[in-house]
Design a protein around this ligand. Structure first.
Ligand code: FES
Length: 158
């Protein structure tokens, strides 16, 4: 971590260390502030929350939304729950594997796009759905997915 990140972490540790059950909110706050939970922050987090490093790693590993590496430029969350599965999300996942060589929890070789499965985006009636850089896209077809991916490669931000 750089100096600014360390200062941010120290502020968050002060804010959450005495909060009962504060580990989860602290981890969310660290990720919100730094974009991820740096590996070298974990010892300080464990000390502040009176937990072992293994316990902190366990919590981070249990929740798929936590990340220990910086995010890619673009984040694609493809819904894999039942309604979206029945409307073609598995075909979209196969398209992503074929077109970009990226699978669940993976990222493209150039680090520009990461793929995360999600289990319902609240858009079941408009399945299949995905979220690209936080924006919901519904009734996604293979053609619409290709267009979204093309927009990512043309622009710095989708
Ligand atoms: S199942 Fe995909 S949005 Fe609900």
């Amino acid at each position: 971590m750089n100096t600014q990140q360390q200062e941010t972490l120290q502020q968050l540790l002060q804010q959450y260390r005495d909060l009962p059950g504060g580990l989860l909110p602290l981890l969310h706050a660290v990720q919100d502030a730094l974009g991820h939970i740096p590996a070298d922050a974990i010892p300080a987090i464990a000390r502040a929350m009176n937990q072992s490093q293994a316990e902190v790693h366990g919590v981070i590993g249990f929740y798929h939304d936590f990340r220990t590496s910086p995010p890619a430029a673009h984040s694609l969350r493809l819904c894999r729950a039942e309604a979206c599965q029945s409307m073609g999300s598995e075909a979209l996942a196969a398209q992503l594997r074929a077109q970009l060589g990226v699978d669940d929890h993976g990222h493209t070789a150039d680090g520009q796009l990461e793929l995360r499965p999600v289990y319902c985006l609240g858009a079941c009636a408009c399945a299949p759905a995905l979220q690209l850089d936080g924006q919901l896209h519904a009734r996604v077809t293979p053609e619409k997915l290709s267009a979204l991916l093309a927009s990512c490669s043309k622009e710095a931000k989708c």
